[in-house]
Ligand binder design. Structure first.
Ligand code: ADP
Ligand code: MG
Length: 238
């Protein structure tokens, strides 16, 4: 579960073409990184996959099902944002439960999912605090925990570590890699940071101006960049 396919995706805002004929196969269970310079369309592409926005044309499939016209809530994916997007007036526990209370899920199930995710992320002592009482790293763990309790078929992470200082970013990056290994779920991770891409990814999608320049493993990208842009961007010799 969690294979994502994009077929000839286009997205325009008014007269501006932001995503230009992107076709991609994102394999189930892999950690795929979208990397490219600021403004190249990474967030837009992730929003199209999540269902927060609609493509101008093209199709999106999840596990072979066409979800292009389905709402975000019906796609079974969870997003994690750079800004954390936590509710300041709610406790960590309430933030993690938010949205699940309106489903048919029993309260005990919600509570046990929260406890389990909190243990995994080592935020169990923080469950009754409010976001304002947490550090940046702790807030981002809560945002990831909120995604985990939904048991999504895939995680979509948009520059989740960009607000953290360099040292914490390194720690959290390693934690995310470990988490991916443990959960074994499809993850799409967006970043403009080449080092982050090279260290985290099973496969990297290099974007530039709304176009996919190359898709490959970090090693293959480094050894055989498709063009000067890719070589320059990821720092490979060419
Ligand atoms: P990235 O995440 O790679 O930095 P974005 O996907 O945020 O890039 O943006 C790609 C391009 O699309 C940018 O030129 C941006 O200004 C434009 N864009 C993004 N969202 C909108 C929008 N809602 N309306 C108009 N233009 C937008
Ligand atoms: Mg972005």
């Amino acid at each position: 579960m969690g294979a994502i396919e994009l077929e000839n995706i286009h997205k325009s805002f008014g007269a501006v073409d932001v995503i230009k004929d992107v076709s991609l196969n994102i394999p189930e269970g892999e950690l795929t990184v979208f990397v490219g310079p600021s403004g190249c369309g990474k967030s837009t592409l992730l929003r199209l996959i999540s269902g927060l926005d609609q493509p101008t044309s093209g199709r999106i499939l999840i596990d072979g099902q066409d979800v292009t016209r389905r709402s975000a809530a019906d796609r079974g994916l969870a997003m994690v944002f750079q800004s954390y997007a936590l509710y300041p007036h709610m406790s960590v526990r309430q933030n993690m439960a938010f949205g699940l209370e309106n489903t048919r899920m029993p309260r005990a199930e919600i509570a046990s999912r929260i406890e389990e995710a909190a243990r995994l992320l080592e935020i169990d002592p923080l469950l009754d605090r409010r976001p304002g009482q947490l550090s940046g790293g702790q807030r981002q763990r809560v945002a990831i925990g909120r995604a985990i309790v939904r048991e999504p078929t895939a995680f979509l992470l948009d520059e989740p570590l960009s607000n953290l200082d360099a040292e914490l970013r390194g720690t959290m990056r390693a934690e995310l890699a470990a988490l991916h290994g443990r959960l074994g779920k499809t993850m799409i991770y967006v970043t403009h940071d080449q080092i982050e891409a090279m260290t985290l990814a099973d496969r990297i999608v290099v974007l530039r101006g709304g176009v996919v320049e190359q898709v490959d493993t970090p090693l293959n990208l480094f050894n055989a960049p498709a063009n000067r842009f890719v070589a320059g961007f990821i720092g490979a010799p060419k």
